[in-house]
Design a protein around this ligand. Structure first.
Ligand SMILES: [Zn+2]
Length: 372
């Protein structure tokens, strides 16, 4: 069994069971991130922002909006809003309210969009149904508790682009702050088969998933063919700290104290459920991404990691709030927290279902292997 080891270059460590170190003690994530960032650097050099905005404007001629832009309230998506407006585009901001927005997030979105004069559409989930799906993932004991939210972003953005006949969907994902994501820490975001299976086993089947926005493989093909999904921050020189300061100074934007903490659920899941139950501290991947992008030093990151992921003085209150909203007892919560961690592979999914297995076997038999 591998002993404890931390990368000599970033702060990823053996809490990722799949991590690989070279002779210098540098991990596979650093290498993967550098490769991605090199590719993005070339992309950025060749990007002509004026030509891009002209294309979006042409495609949006005569339409109410020329692009759909997702907004969570976090620094990345807020900065994208500012950027597209500065480019002279006419965006519709689309926000997903999954029931866990912090008051601060709501305020930040409101302040920004009012000042920028951008219309907002908020997709509000059917709370009882969504709660049951989130609870199903918590009960399934996999680290994939954010999948219900992450999965629906794609179809919600697609639906709005379809409604307003917009070709362009602009998002705030970026490799400057998100280049590292250990596979074992979360899987199956695009796997409707997996989501449905977990819900069937642990969700409220008397209700069923009637309104949850999902997509299957053919839907995915349609959405990617029909619309242009554009992660604009990967095309500009994006620095998260600078963006934060800029938004604070110009748009009354206020910080949440952590990446994705604009949502209570995400903060609680990242700072408590993941580290306590699974031993995964997501700050490691966020900080390591910033190190890879040259936006933070390793010693600064190590300083941050010296503090516990959650606040000891408020955690009991947070747990109580979580129990109340999720409508579960403390006994059940404690039982789930101490039960054996499971993973994507332990549930029916697109990779391991019978059809998938047969296709794999057939392709091996008839020469579809990697050695061809
Ligand atoms: Zn590393």
């Amino acid at each position: 069994m591998m002993g404890y080891q931390i990368c000599s270059c970033c702060v990823m460590d053996t809490s990722d069971p799949d991590i690989i170190f070279d002779d210098q003690g540098v991990c596979n994530h650093c290498k993967g991130a550098k490769k991605k960032l090199r590719k993005i650097e070339v992309q950025r050099r060749n990007f002509d922002i004026d030509a891009f905005s002209a294309k979006v404007k042409t495609a949006g001629k005569g339409k109410k909006y020329d692009c759909i832009v997702g907004i969570s309230g976090g620094v990345d998506s807020c900065y994208v809003m500012y950027l597209v407006k500065k480019m002279g585009l006419r965006p519709l901001a689309v926000h997903i309210d999954n029931g866990w927005d912090s008051e601060l997030a709501v305020q930040n979105i409101k302040n920004l969009l009012e000042k920028l004069e951008i219309d907002l559409y908020t997709y509000v989930v059917d709370w009882q149904e969504f709660r049951s799906l989130q609870l199903a993932f918590f009960r399934a004991s996999t680290p994939d508790c954010e999948i219900p939210t992450d999965h629906m972003i794609f179809p919600v953005m697609g639906m709005m682009a379809h409604k307003y006949k917009c070709k362009y969907i602009i998002m705030g994902h970026n490799n400057a702050s998100e280049s590292i994501l250990p596979h074992s820490w979360s899987q199956g975001h695009f796997d409707w088969h997996y989501i449905r299976s977990v819900y069937k086993m642990y969700g409220d089947n008397s209700h069923g998933l009637k309104s949850f926005p999902y997509f299957s493989r053919p839907d995915y093909d349609y959405f990617t063919r029909k619309f242009i999904w554009f992660d604009i921050l990967d095309y500009i020189d994006y620095n998260k700290e600078n963006a934060k300061k800029f938004l604070q100074e110009n748009y009354e934007w206020r910080d949440y104290g952590g990446k994705h903490y604009e949502s209570f659920y995400t903060r609680f899941y990242q700072t408590y459920i993941l580290p306590v139950k699974f031993g995964y501290d997501k700050r490691r991947m966020h900080l390591s991404s910033l190190i890879a992008a040259g936006q933070m030093s390793r010693s600064e990151a190590l300083e941050v990691l010296k503090t516990p992921p959650y606040d000891d003085s408020t955690i009991e209150r947070d747990i109580e709030y979580f129990l109340e909203k999720m409508q579960i007892t403390r006994e059940e919560f404690d039982k789930i927290m101490s039960s054996k961690p499971l993973h994507y592979e332990d549930y029916p999914n697109n990779e391991n279902d019978l059809t998938g297995k047969i296709i794999k076997k057939l392709s091996k038999m008839f020469g579809g292997g990697n050695d061809q």
